[in-house]
Design a protein around this ligand. Structure first.
Ligand code: 5CA
Length: 469
């Protein structure tokens, strides 16, 4: 893992997740295994969103006039928007933007849908591709020009309190989702100069990657009433007065898959939490000519049993020596491997190998309990993977007191440092400049008469700082 970037790119290819050779920079192809992992990850997220949000689908193209309406928003995206300017041979009289995110395609429709407070709240989400002409170094899943797995939630509420509640709900949904996938994170409130264009404030999830830099893996934005004024989204109260809606939006992307790979992968390759694994169990029959049928009869039965109990299982019967099979399935990150040879059958045991820890376990085989045993081991893997990645995030987060520790700690150890800060924009930007770092954001904390690490003024914030992607 000394060269994370090389390791990461190798895994995409060797675990057959993506093909980055597509002839447009910043765009790659989802291969079948990668696509399944993406599907299971999205299923887990949608299960959480579906509790009280509805899935919708908006057009990909946005009229220039709509995109331009929200000045701050469009300022934030104007460098990144792809445009459609022709239809066939004909020039379009209005250029159409490929959505970089969907506020300006959704909110004109919210304006049509919202008339009375009875039409509120609106809580919708979509999983779409979005396009951002990233000029920084692109890399698959991490910084792409076509974001293929952009899950964005957009809500409208009658009151500010309801919008604040939705922000907390969005944060909870993402916390639960990342916890299920064993992806670690630190949550902070982005500084004024780095919040979502047009928003009141942005809450962000940052994961410390193996190379010590942090990756923004999700964001929740309180939009206030700015977009409601811009797109005239008003509703009539019970007393006949009119108010603008209060809005929230939140989103995550392909980076979730990048985080899965980074959080759990190792020298052997991918290591997947069961919830997203295309195969949760791979059965390897150890076959010798003379007793082939005995073994295969046993493993076919075991495969059927596991499959009938909702476990995603495969059997590798290829004419290859076992070691080669182990190598391949470990690289693909299959959580559990079950080996069965003629001796195991005589002893009525099977061998269970955990991909995450490498532990090998001899288990007495009993048709009535083997499903529970396998499910129990899969649950242990889920639990332990989450513990391990949270431990890494915690161990790479350092509280410091002195400014000279900022650069030293970041350059030497990477990760996130926390310290006290006055919260002033010019001081924050000065810190970023001086120490060549990024201010991730602030967290609630009970600072008593602390001074700002950078300017010495009274500090009222605990700030998180790191090198970022
Ligand atoms: N070029 C990119 N490649 C991959 N993921 C990206 C890229 N740009 C942004 N993201 C991810 O997408 C998330 C949401 O994007 S965002 O700009 O912060 N927020 C929005 O677009 C809001 N409309 C919420 S949906 C970010 O937190 C980040 O994790």
């Amino acid at each position: 893992m000394k060269n994370f970037s090389e390791w990461f790119h190798n895994i995409l290819e060797e675990a057959e997740l993506m093909d980055a050779r597509y002839p447009i920079k910043g765009m790659s192809v989802w291969l079948p295994r990668g696509f399944q992992i993406r599907k299971y990850a999205l299923n887990a997220l949608q299960e959480l969103l579906d509790k009280d949000h509805e899935e919708v689908l908006f057009p990909m193209l946005i009229p220039q006039s709509e995109l331009a309406k929200e000045a701050i928003h469009v300022k934030g995206f104007e460098e990144e928007v792809y445009w459609v300017t022709k239809g066939g041979k004909r020039d379009l009289n209005e250029h159409l933007a490929l959505r970089p995110t969907s506020e300006t395609s959704i909110y004109p429709m919210f304006s049509l849908w919202v008339r009375s407070h009875m039409d509120l709240p609106i809580k919708v989400y979509q999983t779409v591709n979005t396009f951002r002409y990233e000029t920084k170094h692109t890399r698959p899943l991490i910084r792409v020009r076509e974001i293929t797995t952009f899950n964005e939630t957009h809500t409208a509420h009658a009151t500010e309190e309801e919008a604040e509640k939705e922000v907390m709900e969005g944060i909870e949904i993402y916390k639960t989702f990342f916890d299920e996938l064993g992806i670690p994170y630190s949550i902070s409130k982005r500084p004024e100069w780095d919040k979502f264009p047009g928003s009141k404030y942005t809450m962000a999830f940052d994961m410390i990657m193996p190379d010590g830099k942090t990756l923004q893996i999700a964001t929740v934005h309180n939009l206030g009433t700015t977009f409601a004024h811009t797109f005239d989204i008003q509703f009539e109260n019970e007393d006949g007065t009119h108010d603008y809606v209060h809005q929230v939006c939140y989103g995550l992307s392909d980076r979730v898959i990048a985080s899965l790979i980074a959080a759990h992968g190792d020298e052997k390759g991918l290591s997947l939490p069961p919830v997203v694994a295309p195969e949760q169990v791979i059965i390897i029959p150890i076959i010798f000519k003379e007793n082939q049928d005995v073994v295969l009869n046993f493993t076919d039965n075991l495969e059927k049993l596991l499959k009938n109990n909702g476990i995603r299982v495969k059997q590798d019967k290829r004419e290859l020596r076992p070691g080669k099979k182990y190598y391949e399935w470990e690289k693909r990150g299959v959580p559990l491997r079950i080996e069965v040879g003629p001796r195991d059958i005589e002893n009525n045991t099977i061998v269970i190998n955990r991909r995450d820890t490498g532990d090998k376990e001899f288990v007495d085989y009993d048709e009535n309990t083997i499903v529970d045993v396998v499910k129990d081991r899969l649950d242990s893997i889920t639990h332990d993977m989450k513990e391990a990645s949270n431990k890494f995030q915690e161990e790479k987060t350092f509280a410091i007191e002195k400014p000279e520790q900022i650069k030293k700690t970041i350059n030497k150890k990477g990760g996130i440092i926390t310290c006290s800060w006055c919260g002033e924009t010019d001081c924050g930007k000065d810190m970023e400049e001086k120490f060549d770092i990024d201010v991730l954001g602030t967290q609630e904390s009970d600072l008593e008469n602390k001074t700002c690490i950078n300017c010495g003024k009274d500090a009222s914030y605990k700030v998180l700082i790191s090198k970022t992607y």
